[in-house]
Design a protein around this ligand. Structure first.
Ligand code: 5AD
Ligand code: SF4
Length: 488
């Protein structure tokens, strides 16, 4: 087991092993020796900053990257004036790319002040050949480049860079490899993301993810259960099962398993109290899953179900493979089985060919479903996707106007819907001290809404009953149930 590995005992004078993860343990040990020597030479610790752009998958990948770096002896820091800076990038929308290019100039100025500084880039952006080309050509100060399929090789790449003194580039087009048992440094001691699958086979016509994350690969259920058991043993009470499309989990395994079956197994794990998952594709959401959710005591009453558009015509062009009516009917079935469920969604405005009527269909879905919240996005053209070649790109001013109208509707409904638990007592997972109020804590309801209430820091990581006194639109002010009883 990973916790038992003594990296200092690994023989690094011999050749590296061929098998994984042993090969990476070997390179972690090599980097560790280097970091030790540098620490002595400089008379201070070596620091590493990992900055994450994008989604929950990237956030989980970053925990693994931080895990490798901390086993290699680096002290983790948020400050980018560090000895090793790694950007885990996102490319789902053009803006995400532009932000990274903007930040690189700044990193270069830091590197001029600290000539030992190493800069690395990984993640979805690096899976685009034109991006890698541009960085190799115009950003020669970047030391290491790798993609989404080989994050487990960070220590080996770092070692290659140190040994050769040259930019280390390692991008894989796709992979069928899943490397288990690598270190991960969790951001929160009491909750954790758990990858259950990687990649996506859906090819929604606007989306670059299938091109940069590769084909669907599911982890074996026994590996997932084993990881969660270990997490629970180390204090985790809530897990978020992660995949681009969790509803098609298990289809490509030697012994196929459904997502519902996996959830039933996860539910059995003693000590685990809350189960979340994302993302669900409406076309693959099965009756079995609805039944499992209805019967579960641990699955949180929250479902993120991206609709993308309310127009069946646009949904067809998006290759989503459901209609407006099918989506609404699915929502009815889910609500019948889990009456108080919170529904959230993603919506894209300004997809090529979207007319005012199409957009009004989207508003109609928002009014009918009354989402707890919705992430709204302006369509971003991604080179290489089918939608990038579609005619009827919507003028910017029209898109902006629709976006504003959608946002104000979403916010109005969200403000109304999110107050529905006021004057009720609900379990809250305590996350941290409140940033703004002395003596207050911040926690989350099972539907992910924040609650602030007076309490002691010793409660962090525990689930406590909280009376929701006041609804503030997107969060609640509350009071712990036992204290309220004493008061009244
Ligand atoms: N433009 C705008 N939004 C996009 N998304 C994915 N691709 C694009 C794009 N090209 C949104 C979808 C998805 C979320 C993660 O990002 O709504 O559900
Ligand atoms: Fe992209 Fe569609 Fe896959 Fe989601 S399901 S990652 S939107 S292609």
């Amino acid at each position: 087991m990973l916790n038992e590995i003594d990296f200092d005992a690994i023989d690094i004078t011999c050749k590296p092993p061929q098998e994984e993860p042993e090969r990476q343990y070997y390179f972690i040990a090599k980097c560790r020796r280097y970091v030790e020597e540098e620490k002595k030479r400089l008379g201070r610790p070596l620091t590493a900053a990992v900055r994450t752009f994008g989604c929950q998958m990237n956030a989980r990948d970053s925990e693994k990257l931080v895990g490798i770096l901390s086993q290699a002896g680096f002290a983790e820091t948020d400050d980018e004036q560090a000895d090793f800076v790694l950007y885990n990038t996102c490319t789902v929308r053009e803006n995400a790319n532009l932000r990274v290019y903007g930040r690189l100039g700044y990193l270069n100025t830091l590197k001029k002040k600290n000539k030992n500084m190493l800069i690395a880039l990984c993640g979805c952006m690096m899976q685009e050949p034109q991006v890698v080309e541009k960085i190799r050509k115009s950003y020669g100060f970047v030391d290491i480049l790798f993609g989404t399929h080989n994050i487990f090789r960070l220590a080996e790449l770092l070692w290659n860079r140190l040994e050769s003194g040259k930019q280390a580039v390692d991008i894989w087009e796709d992979t069928s490899l899943i490397v288990e048992d690598l270190p991960a440094e969790r951001k929160y001691p009491f909750k954790s993301g758990v990858n259950i699958m990687f990649g996506c086979n859906n090819f929604c016509s606007y989306c670059i993810v299938p091109y940069v994350r590769g084909r669907e690969r599911s982890r074996r259920p026994e590996d997932i259960i084993d990881e969660i058991r270990k997490l629970v043993a180390s204090g985790v009470v809530e897990v978020m099962l992660l995949g681009q499309n969790v509803n098609s989990y298990g289809k490509n395994l030697d012994k196929p398993v459904t997502f519902g079956q996996l959830l039933r197994q996860v539910e059995e794990i003693p000590g685990l109290e809350r189960i979340r998952f994302m993302t669900s594709h409406p076309k693959d959401l099965s009756d079995e899953l609805i039944e499992v959710m209805g019967a579960s005591k641990k699955i949180c009453g929250h479902l993120h179900l991206p609709v993308q558009s309310g127009s069946s015509r646009i949904l067809k062009a998006m290759n989503r493979r459901y209609t407006k009516e099918q989506y609404l009917e699915l929502v009815d079935r889910i609500r019948a089985a889990v009456p108080d469920i919170s529904l959230t969604t993603d919506i894209i405005v300004g997809f090529p060919g979207e007319s005012e009527e199409d957009f009004e269909e989207t508003l109609d879905v928002v009014k009918r479903v009354r989402f707890d919240s919705a992430f709204t996005f302006i369509y971003s053209k991604r080179t290489g996707t089918p939608a990038a070649k579609m005619s009827g790109q919507v003028p910017e001013a029209v898109v902006k106007d629709r976006f504003d109208r959608l946002l104000s509707l979403v916010q109005k409904i969200s403000g109304e819907v999110c107050t529905r638990h006021v004057n009720q007592v609900k379990p809250v997972l305590v996350e941290d001290a409140d940033d703004h109020m002395e003596g207050y804590l911040t926690g989350r309801l099972d539907n992910n809404i924040l609650v602030h209430f007076p309490g002691d820091l010793s409660l962090v990581g525990k689930i406590v009953p909280v009376y929701l006194e006041e609804a503030k639109g997107f969060y609640y002010m509350g009071r712990m149930e036992n204290e309220r009883r004493e008061d009244t």
